[in-house]
Write a protein that binds this ligand. Structure first.
Ligand SMILES: *Cc1c(COP(=O)(O)O)cnc(C)c1O
Length: 350
């Protein structure tokens, strides 16, 4: 395929800006496996502070940060529970089972939206010697395959008290927690303190080329550091990557509001032209999941037709496509997406 004019495939596509590249080039570095990279330590401590935790650990990917967090709470033969669309269940290639011998079960939430009663009813922390023991609930905020869904704070609070009562840990897959924070104004720390461990991504809408951070207690992070090395994630002079993350925290958090406004604008146009394809009030952040079947499209055909018009999208199911706004899509790109895709969506395949 030729280079798309507007690339809405994912917010992982962002390329480091000039300023970010300059910050990377001038970063002070050391060997991080020996704990001697000051820029990595600065990033780890800064993210931990933002989320109200003691310490952090820099990882190459969000999947590794999640898998380290999961590993801390669940032993082989025990289980985690998460919603059926969760990234940890759908998009980490079975890592919890393969790497850690952990089994999992799920509940079904509309658009990934958390209703605390569902995980609380599902978990079995006292399975004894007959039923698999639940040790962890994973919550995703915002919810990726759910369509950028922001989790209601009161539901997280209810889940926190219900899990604490029964001795079950809580991990937040906060790959896009920045988006939830910007969309709601709820402090990162308010979200962070409700969980035992939190993972966040720097490589999505924040625009860094690589990197995630796991946060928790100092003791947990010391253990996660060992497992990170065991998983092959011990890196050396990665202050150059941590510097990109620090730059992103300084420059790319508040601007996520622009991505949210553009996604909402597209969703409103789509809803007007093709009612039923999307409820624009559900578009709270940078992700739009469009039901293209309302006008008779399959997602594969719609993705192909969009590509011919210079817009790249992702098919999330047989009937739905995902559009993600990010640092490299501006107002003009959004206009183009509206003019090219909305009539196509409304008209249906010919
Ligand atoms: C992107 C993402 C991750 C991490 O993905 P990596 O590609 O491993 O960095 C984790 N959780 C969610 C919800 C994501 O969208």
């Amino acid at each position: 395929m030729s280079t798309p004019a507007v690339d809405l495939l994912s917010d992982t596509l962002t390329r480091p800006t000039e300023g970010m590249r300059a910050a990377m080039a001038s970063a002070v570095v050391g060997d991080d496996v020996f704990g001697e990279d000051p820029t990595v330590r600065e990033l780890e401590q800064r993210v931990a502070g933002l989320l109200g935790h003691e310490d952090g650990l820099f990882t190459p990917t969000g999947s590794m940060a999640n898998q380290l967090g999961i590993r801390l709470h669940v032993k082989p033969g025990e289980e985690l529970v998460a919603d059926s669309l969760a990234h940890v269940l759908r998009a980490e290639m079975g890592a919890a089972a393969v790497l850690s011998g952990i089994s999992s079960r799920s509940w079904v939430g509309p658009h990934g939206l958390l209703d605390a009663a569902q995980p609380l009813a599902l978990m079995i922390p006292d399975g004894g010697a007959y039923q698999v023991n639940t040790r962890l609930v994973v919550v995703e905020n915002t919810h990726n395959f759910g369509g950028g869904t922001v989790q209601p704070l009161e539901q997280i609070e209810a889940l926190r008290s219900g899990t604490r009562e029964r001795g079950v840990a809580l991990h937040l897959d906060g790959a896009r927690l920045w988006n939830a924070h910007v969309a709601t104004g709820v402090a990162l720390e308010t979200y962070g303190r409700l969980f035992d461990t939190v993972s966040v991504c720097l490589s999505k809408g924040l625009g860094a080329p690589v990197g995630s951070v796991l946060v928790g207690s100092a003791e947990q992070m010391a253990e996660a550091r060992i497992w990170r090395k065991r998983f092959g994630g011990g890196m050396r002079q990665v202050g150059i990557l941590a510097a990109a993350g620090l730059w992103a925290l300084d420059h790319h958090v508040e601007r996520l509001a622009d991505d949210h406004a553009r996604a909402r604008r597209f969703a409103e146009a789509a809803a007007e032209a093709a009612p039923g394809s999307i409820d624009p009030t559900r578009v709270e952040t940078n992700i739009v999941i469009l039901d293209v079947s309302v006008a008779g499209w399959t997602s594969a055909d719609f993705v192909a037709a969009a590509a011919e018009r210079g817009v790249r999208l992702y098919a999330v199911s047989g009937t739905a496509v995902r559009l993600v706004w990010h640092l490299d899509v501006d107002d003009a790109g959004t206009d183009l997406a509206v003019t090219e895709l909305v009539p196509l969506l409304a008209k249906g395949p010919q």
